[in-house]
Every structure is written in structure tokens, then in C-alpha cells.
Design a protein around this ligand. Structure first.
Ligand code: FEO
Length: 171
């Protein structure tokens, strides 16, 4: 077995966090869709898919390392979205929290001199920079536009999507 019980347990908890984020982003996507803001809805549907892909990466890693996958129980995501600004703030807060969780996983891997896990976790460290930066950018643009001018935000999101490189979908 190439994974310790401590890291295995922490990665199982992370699978739950990634799936919870996926569910939360699905609710946010549905909120934007119901507000007839299709680009923002599509952005959060894509984010939801990405979070599921993150969970699957952990599943694959645990299996490859000879550990045990145990998907934990998850809290229901909130349906109280309220506004575009609140949605973006919720997503940004979440991504900052996930960054701390990924750092904590890396701390375990470093502590245990588990170089294979460190190599695997580097992908997530880089991904978090992109995710925090993307949510921070979205929140700024929403604040600048204001809730009455979200069509400007739709334009921004659409341009960002067109300029984005293809996501690494390998799980
Ligand atoms: Fe899987 Fe957005 O962190």
C-alpha cells in the first residue's frame, strides 16, 4: 500500500468536500438559469463538473495507491443564493477554504515524506490558484457592474470562457 491511513482518511474527506462543492455550484447554476443569466449559469454548471472531476481524481489516486475509498456523508447545499454577488462571494469563500484543505493534505504528504502524493497534490495546488483567481475576478466584475447590470457580467463570463484553455479532464 502506497498511502497511509491518515492521508487516506483525509483524502476521503476531501472527496466529500469536492462533491459538496459540485452540488453547491449546481444550485448556483440553477439560480442563475432561473434569473435568465445563461452565461453565469453555464459558468457554474462547468464549475460543478470540474468539482466532480476533482473528486474523481482523488478516488483514482486512492485506488491506485492501494487505499480504501469511502465517500462521506455530505451536507445539503444551500438554495438561499439571494444575489449574484452573494453567489460569487460564496464560491470565493469556498475556494479559499479548499485551498487551505489542499495545503493541509500537502502538509501530511510532506510530513510523511510521501513523494508520490506530493506529486499528485501539486496539480491541485496549481488548480486552486486558478480557481481562487477566477472567483475573485468574477466577484469584482459583479460588484463593479451592480445587480442591475448583470448583462455586462454575462459578456465578461462569455469572453473568459472563449479565452480559457481546455480543462485537463483526466481523472
Ligand atoms: Fe475542487 Fe474548486 O476546488
Amino acid at each position: 500500500m502506497l498511502i497511509s491511513k491518515k492521508l487516506n482518511d483525509a483524502m476521503n474527506a476531501q472527496i466529500g468536500d469536492e462533491l459538496m462543492a459540485s452540488n453547491q455550484y449546481l444550485n448556483i447554476a440553477a439560480y442563475f438559469d432561473s434569473e435568465t443569466l445563461p452565461e453565469l449559469a453555464a459558468f457554474f454548471f462547468r464549475q460543478s463538473d470540474e468539482e466532480r472531476m476533482h473528486a474523481l481524481k482523488f478516488v483514482r489516486y486512492i485506488l491506485d495507491a492501494g487505499g480504501t475509498v469511502a465517500v462521506p456523508a455530505m451536507e445539503a447545499p444551500t438554495t438561499e443564493i439571494g444575489s449574484a454577488e452573494a453567489a460569487a462571494q460564496m464560491a470565493l469563500d469556498w475556494e479559499i477554504e479548499v485551498t487551505n484543505k489542499i495545503n493541509a493534505l500537502m502538509d501530511i504528504a510532506v510530513e510523511e515524506k510521501d513523494y508520490i502524493a506530493q506529486e499528485f497534490l501539486h496539480w491541485f495546488v496549481n488548480e486552486q490558484l486558478e480557481e481562487v483567481s477566477s472567483m475573485d475576478g468574477l466577484l469584482s466584475v459583479i460588484r463593479r457592474a451592480g445587480e442591475k447590470q448583470l448583462l455586462m457580467v454575462e459578456n465578461y463570463v462569455s469572453r473568459q470562457a472563449a479565452a480559457a484553455p481546455e480543462e485537463d479532464e483526466e481523472a
